[in-house]
Design a protein around this ligand. Sequence first.
Ligand code: PBG
Length: 329
Amino acid sequence: MPFPYERPRRLRRTPTLRRLVRETTLTVDDLVQPLFVVEGKNSRQPILSLTGQYHLSIDAAVAECLELYEIGIPAVILFGIPNSKDSHASEAWKEDGLIQRAVRAIKSAVPDLIVITDVCLCEYTDHGHCGVLKGETVDNDTTLGLLARTALSHAHSGADVVAPSDMMDGRVGAIRKALDEHFFPDTLILSYAVKYASGFYGPFREAAQSAPSFGDRRGYQMDPSNFEEALHEAALDLEEGADMIMVKPALPCLDVLHEIKRRFQRVTAAYQVSGEYAMVEAAAAAGLLDRKRVIGESLICIKRAGADFILTYWAKEAADWIKNGEFAW
Ligand code: PBG
């Protein structure tokens, strides 16, 4: 029955009423904090492209993880920035590589914190592409072997979850097979199933020193204009054995995130990427946006669209707000 019998505003009249009928909530359990790990000792250097984020030496990363765990954050995702890079990304899969050492240190100090490792070669190749080159293109099938090797070395160091972000075809299957063959049946795979070739990764590439030295990633990451292809990618990764799938970036892809959650009904994450973060930080610094409010709004909207959890550079801060009852939009 229409107006005047129906008055939807009745349900919005007071804050308590709005709280009672709220459909979506965000808890500390939904937040994953990305961390950038570098070589060195007792070092915590601000990242210029990502205000409020730091390059952490392993000991500093351990200290940070203790704090995050204390606040109740369930998981971190680690990115490594090695001192040396080569054409075969050997620092990515070395048993005593940076990330491998970081995982061991974190798991021994905070065993219960879930450690996710990003599995990709772009931070480790001297050309900055996500795999091994043949001529000017990334060779899919040679890259698979190195990705599986990288994931295995992370699992061996104690990583709970490996998260391939390279967008090679068949990488989830290759990683699952390697993990199972080497007796890591419990290591989870969170695949970046739907990863668009996005301009929003710009600040991350500064932070991780991983911008490609020539060309771009459009030959392996997805075209932002495609939707059906996203469903196909997600279906393939699930068939190959992904335990959880991810959509990235988040805010530009809420339509995709929503449909993937609805259609597959599997654990689905969203990555609120560096450009989404930097955009809000810059606008807030210029006095154009209410920072706290838009961070809250963006996170709740990603949740509303279907994310089970969110990788976000604001995880620690948002967790604090949630704890203190200050989280709002
Ligand atoms: C590695 C990787 C990237 C991001 C996550 N894993 C960069 C890229 O693909 O260029 C981006 C994260 C962000 O922008 O916050 N391949």
